[in-house]
Write a protein that binds this ligand. Sequence first.
Ligand code: MN
Length: 640
Amino acid sequence: MNPSLPQNDSNPEQRLESLEKERKLYKWDYYPNQDGIAMIQKLPIPEELPKEPEWFLDVITAILTILSNRAIEDFAAGGLGFNLLLYGVITRIVILIDLISRPLEKNSQNRLFWWLIENLTRLIGRILKRRQVAENQRETNTRIDLTPPVTPRNAVDELESYNNLFEIIHLPCISYHFQEDRVFAAQRVAGPNPLVLERVRQELPDKFPLTNEDYRSVMGPEDSLEKAIAEKRLYIADYEIFDTITAGNFPPNYRKYIYAPIALFAVASGTDNTGCLVPVAIQCGQRPSIAYPIFTRPPAGTPRDQQWYWLMAKTIVQIADGNYHELISHLGRTHLWMEPFAIATQRQLAANHPLGILLRPHFEGTLLINSAARLSLISNEGTVDRILAGSIEESVGLAAEGVRGYPFVFNDSMLPTFLALRGVDDAESFPDYPYRDDGLLIWHSIHQWVDDYLSLYYHSDQDVQEDAELQGWIKALVAVDGGRMIGVGQETPSGGVDIHSKAYLVDAVTLIIFTSSAQHAAVNFPQASDMSYAPNMPLAGYTDAPNSPQATKQDYFDLLPPIPQAELQMNTGYALGSVYYTQLGDYGEGYFQDPLVEQPLKAFQNRLLEIETTINDRNEVRRTFYNFLSPSRIPQSINI
Ligand code: MN
């Protein structure tokens, strides 16, 4: 059957019936409501609770529960490999069961069989759930009894001890350079989280009162704050969102710290202008005080043993950036953000709806990996609780902020808009921004593909408006008992939400595909190369921020994660950042049954090949190497 738009003149009842039949083939529908543990805990629970979960869901729950319990034990013990492999195999088996169940289900003679399966799995699901509740209760009780934790001094005082963790996994490149100012600044534009920096447009915020004198001490007597602002050379990274976050205290005996630093960067002027950012000053908290003085970059020639405070201040920015990365940019803004789209697509678009056909490959594995993460990584005493800075409730809350639209809602997150809103879109005044430059190549390429593809089926805005399934899709995304998304779709005169222009549809679908593929790749894979080495980007601090330039080497090492924490960060980062499954643009031979798709798809694939070459060429000459957005390293969907 060729994909086609729903026929408006067909009998609506018949159409509904056939739609219902189509939908029954997709058991994923029931997935998100499985166990009542809402990922986004702060959102209101709809009055009408979801229906009793279906059998298929319980099978997955059962498998995942057993598996993730084992996986977390293995992770905690520092092992990896076998369970990941097992996890991969089980994932495929689950998909296989789903595929097999489709034809079987059509046959009514199998009803008895399914009735048995259904009740059996429901029973297993209930037992497992009860066990989980009991365990949670026990964990909570244990944690209430804890006496306030003590911060032990770090047992190590040499990086060697961190390097020695890398026995099997090779020591990442970043471990040789991470203390350099140049590398610290480069991570704002080409690191795991190149998404925070903003241009200073008017003047510095009152809460960051850097004087011109201090600025000149770093950038030279010819430069000034006013000049740098006027020439679009001044940039700030403000981690204000952590100001109200309570630090966690798990595992016991480690008191962890989180900070809300502000860091200022400038592009040098005149002949010193390499185009690269120079770190100018760091304030480790939101308000200047005795605890949080502004530190400026030490002058050249400062002896190494008098620079520990500066290294600590940079590390504190890295800690904030690491938490922002994992919770907001990675978990919130890619993994969880795409969930409502995956669900609305399965529920609202028939199997032969062209938009559904386009989008489904970009959701492959997403719900499954998110559920596995929810059970093992982002749970009480899971990895996030253990190695990230905030308490587990705070961490989940931060991810929820991302999902709800921090820093920007969906409609303001189209890559060109996102860059313009942050003022980092001008390549002339701000030339060294590899994420932006490579990201835009991919963005425009996907945009063209989406436009070409949708133009086969939608010839006008009217076609878009009259597509009832599409309108149902957007309504499901914003509904209180649906996706509860904010800032998505187009406003109607009556204050509702719909999609009434084809141009908007193309933009929105581009953002969905870009997020599932490129954006996730940009934030996921640096977990192995840049974040597995804890001293570069610790996920929590273990002492107060420095308050004077007298900080010592021991102070610096006390700030870093103790070795067992660093080891867990290494294992987790390496595992999550090393799995490449599928590749952008590769939908599989014969996936699109409509012959008209062949030509625009081929064009898209050719553009991606060209981009691969362009990025390789750029890396030969540009100041900052960056290959996370090379098309060959971008999977189609979020599946790890
Ligand atoms: Mn990921």
